[in-house]
Design a binder for this molecule. Structure first.
Ligand code: ADP
Length: 398
């Protein structure tokens, strides 16, 4: 038995989980929020306890030290040495990584070189990696990339139709995201397809950020997010795909800079932008139920975009054996699952058990009827366990 920590850092947050491996038992989990601000929040859950304190995290180094010190203080570990490996989630691995990598100088340099593609994320990941390196200098670490699973796409699925010299010179292409989640879902989903040769899966990771992936025989064939997570289906605050000329037109009619409009498309669009209510689908549904027309339009738009991608990937895969729903909305919102399945019912012969669907919140279930031409399941995703598995396999098992 060995203890492995997974770390998922943002520009102002640091989420962690401590696992007993290879049993995959979560010993504790927690979050440092508002790093760099005067009002930090530290949450740690272990056993049936949950402690919340309000320290000031000057930077990620302070947060990393506090995490490890708290584990010792609370008797979760007896010394720093008990942590045998760390797995860091990295958003952008570019063209370099098709699987997890040891976090050595070369990996660090490559992640650094990709900062322009994911400025907030990759920079924060590096800061966090260095912070843990300072606290646990002898503990081996790996990097697990959100983009890695999507590296099996063919040029025809990842190339954008811009002048090719730009593609070559700047590596502009579809990288996708949520890859660790889609990989987990493909592996878990396979158990619903015993004996199926070359299983074809459409996996829908639908949270505040959302992406859909076409998977054949365990490998990603196509995915909806693009160069960055702005692409693909509409999301909580992001536009997803649309006519690129909207960008230029909004700049010209509003007088806003390219950067301001880019931020608007990332942070003020999607559910929030269309409904004018909220980025959280729960609030949007509540407003729609009270008769708010824009809220209803945003729901209809969202469902339509998801259905469009499922249709596109059905064609891309030459059929589908399984559709998987996951992440915040996919796992918890029967109305989205029901609304989208109604849109694909006639074309794809998908039929779900509406009564059963309405009872499924955050747990695994097969929700299609025996008559459905494609099985439909809800599977809660678990990106952390995938990172912990790789960290254990690469640093401990050898
Ligand atoms: P991300 O990881 O991209 O931040 P999540 O996968 O956590 O997003 O999804 C968050 C979204 O999921 C929320 O904005 C909300 O719309 C939806 N959601 C979360 N919990 C529930 C719930 N219990 N019922 C319905 N929708 C939920």
């Amino acid at each position: 038995m060995s203890k492995v920590m997974t770390v998922n850092s943002g520009s102002s947050s640091l989420k962690f989980k401590l696992y007993e491996m290879p049993e995959e038992k979560v010993i504790c989990s927690g979050n440092c929020e508002r790093i760099g601000a005067a009002d930090g929040i530290f949450t740690i859950k272990y056993g049936d306890k949950k402690d919340v304190t309000y320290p000031v995290f000057k930077d990620h180094a302070v947060a990393a030290k506090l995490v490890v010190d708290s584990l010792v203080e609370k008797g979760i570990i007896s010394s720093y040495d008990e942590i045998k490996a760390i797995g860091h989630r990295i958003v952008q691995g570019g063209k370099y990584f098709s699987k997890s990598a040891m976090f050595d100088a070369d990996t660090e340099a490559k992640i650094e070189s990709l900062v322009p593609l994911a400025p907030l994320h990759n920079a924060a990941h590096l800061t966090c990696f260095r912070a843990f390196k300072q606290v646990l200098p002898n503990c081996p670490a790996i990097a697990t990339f959100d983009t890695a699973f999507h590296q099996t796409m063919s040029p025809v699925d990842y190339t954008f139709p811009i002048p090719y010299e730009l593609t070559e010179k700047y590596d502009i292409r579809r990288y996708g995201a949520h890859g660790t989640s889609h990989k987990f879902l493909a592996e878990e989903g396979a158990k619903y397809l015993p004996g199926v040769k070359n299983p074809k899966i459409i996996s829908c990771h639908i949270g505040s950020g959302a992406s859909i992936t076409a998977i054949e025989n365990g490998k990603c064939v196509a995915t909806s997010m693009g160069l960055t997570p702005l692409g693909g289906i509409m999301m909580g605050t992001r536009t997803g795909d649309m006519d690129p000329s909207v960008f230029n037109y909004v700049c010209s009619v509003t007088g806003k800079s390219a950067e301001e409009v880019y931020q608007m498309f990332n942070k003020k669009s999607g559910f929030l932008g269309v409904s004018c209510v909220s980025n959280d689908s729960r609030d949007v549904f509540a407003a729609a139920e009270k008769g708010d027309a824009k809220a209803q339009l945003s729901i209809d738009l969202f469902n339509r975009r998801i259905a469009d991608f499922i249709g596109q990937y059905f064609v891309r895969l030459g059929g589908a054996d399984l559709i998987i729903w996951s992440a915040g909305i996919g796992e918890n919102e029967p109305r989205t699952r029901s609304g989208v399945c109604a849109l694909i019912k006639d074309a794809l012969g998908v039929e779900i058990d509406e009564e059963l669907n309405s009872t499924i919140h955050g747990k695994e279930a097969l929700i299609s009827t025996p008559n459905s031409k494609i099985k439909v399941v809800v599977i809660p995703t678990d990106e952390e366990v995938m990172i912990a598995r790789d960290a254990y396999d690469m640093c401990i098992k050898g």
